[in-house]
Design a protein around this ligand. Structure first.
Ligand SMILES: NC(=O)c1ccc[n+]([C@@H]2O[C@H](COP(=O)([O-])OP(=O)(O)OC[C@H]3O[C@@H](n4cnc5c(N)ncnc54)[C@H](OP(=O)(O)O)[C@@H]3O)[C@@H](O)[C@H]2O)c1
Length: 219
C-alpha cells in the first residue's frame, strides 16, 4: 500500500488527483480541506481539516496522522487573492498569500519528513507564474507569483537535502486549469493536471526539476 497526502483535496486539481489515485487499490489517500469536509466517499480515503495559515491546524493535522508512514506528499493547496489587474503590492495580501502557499506548505512538509519513507516523492504544485523563465511575463498577480517562485526554490533546496534519503522532490506546473482558481475559460481540465501528477509519481524521474505536461521546463 502506498500512502499519499494531498493538501486541498476538496476542489479543483486536488480533488481530481485524489479521485484518480483512488482508482488504484494499492493506494490510500489522506486529503485535506479547510472545513474537514470532503465529497469523496471511499474506503481508502480520509479527509482531515487543515488550514495552512494556522500553526495549530498544522500541528493538529500532523497529530491525526498518528506517526503513519507516508510515501507521497502532494503540496497542492494554495490561494490566489489578487484579481487579474492587480500589479501593486498589498503587504497584507502578500503576507496572507505567503502564510498558505509558502510558510504553511513548508512547515507541513518539514514536519512530515521524519515519517516519509525512503523512495518517497514530494510534489510541490507551483505554476508558470512562479517561473523566472516565463515568456509571457506580466506585472500582475505579484503576491501569488512571488509565493510560487519561493516554493520552486524550496523544491530545489529540499531535493538536494534529501538526495541521501532517496526522497524525490519536484515542482509541477499544471498549466491553466478549469477550477475555482483558474476559471472556466482555462484550456485544461482538473483531470489533465491530475494525470500529470500521477505520471510524475509513477515515472522514474530525476529529483529537483520543474515539470509541465510530462516534460522538464525551465525554472
Ligand atoms: N487552476 C489553475 O489554472 C492553476 C494554474 C497553475 C497552478 N495552479 C496551482 O494548482 C494548485 C491547485 O489549484 P486549483 O486551481 O485546484 O485551486 P482551487 O480550485 O482554488 O482549490 C484550492 C484548494 O486549496 C485549499 N485551500 C485554500 N486555502 C487553504 C488554506 N488556508 N489551507 C489549506 N488548504 C487551503 C482549498 O480548500 P477549501 O475547499 O477547503 O477552501 C482547495 O481544496 C494550486 O497550488 C495552484 O496554485 C493552478
Amino acid at each position: 500500500m502506498k500512502q499519499v497526502i494531498i493538501t486541498g483535496s476538496s476542489r479543483g486539481i486536488g480533488l481530481a488527483t485524489a479521485k484518480l489515485l483512488l482508482q488504484n487499490e494499492e493506494v490510500k489517500v489522506i486529503g485535506t480541506s479547510t472545513s474537514g469536509e470532503s465529497s469523496i466517499n471511499h474506503p481508502n480515503f480520509k479527509c482531515f481539516q487543515l488550514d495552512l495559515s494556522s500553526k495549530n491546524s498544522i500541528i493538529d493535522f500532523i497529530g491525526k496522522l498518528n506517526h503513519k508512514k507516508i510515501d507521497f506528499i502532494i503540496n497542492n493547496a494554495a490561494i490566489l487573492l489578487e484579481n487579474n489587474s492587480t500589479s501593486t503590492i498589498n503587504i497584507s495580501q502578500l503576507r496572507k498569500t505567503f502564510e498558505v502557499n509558502v510558510f504553511g506548505t513548508i512547515e507541513l512538509t518539514e514536519a512530515l519528513l521524519s515519517q516519509t519513507n525512503s523512495g518517497g516523492h514530494i510534489i510541490n504544485i507551483t505554476s508558470s507564474w512562479g517561473a523566472f523563465s516565463e515568456t509571457d511575463f506580466t506585472q500582475y498577480q505579484p503576491h501569488y507569483k512571488m509565493s510560487k517562485a519561493t516554493l520552486n526554490m524550496y523544491t530545489k533546496l529540499l531535493a538536494k537535502r534529501l538526495e541521501s534519503n532517496a526522497i524525490k522532490v519536484s515542482s509541477l506546473d499544471p498549466g491553466w486549469t478549469q477550477t475555482d482558481m483558474g476559471g472556466f475559460d482555462a484550456n485544461r481540465k482538473p483531470n489533465d493536471a491530475a494525470m500529470d501528477i500521477i505520471s510524475l509519481l509513477t515515472d522514474n524521474v530525476d529529483s529537483g526539476f520543474f515539470w509541465h505536461r510530462g516534460k522538464i521546463r525551465n525554472w
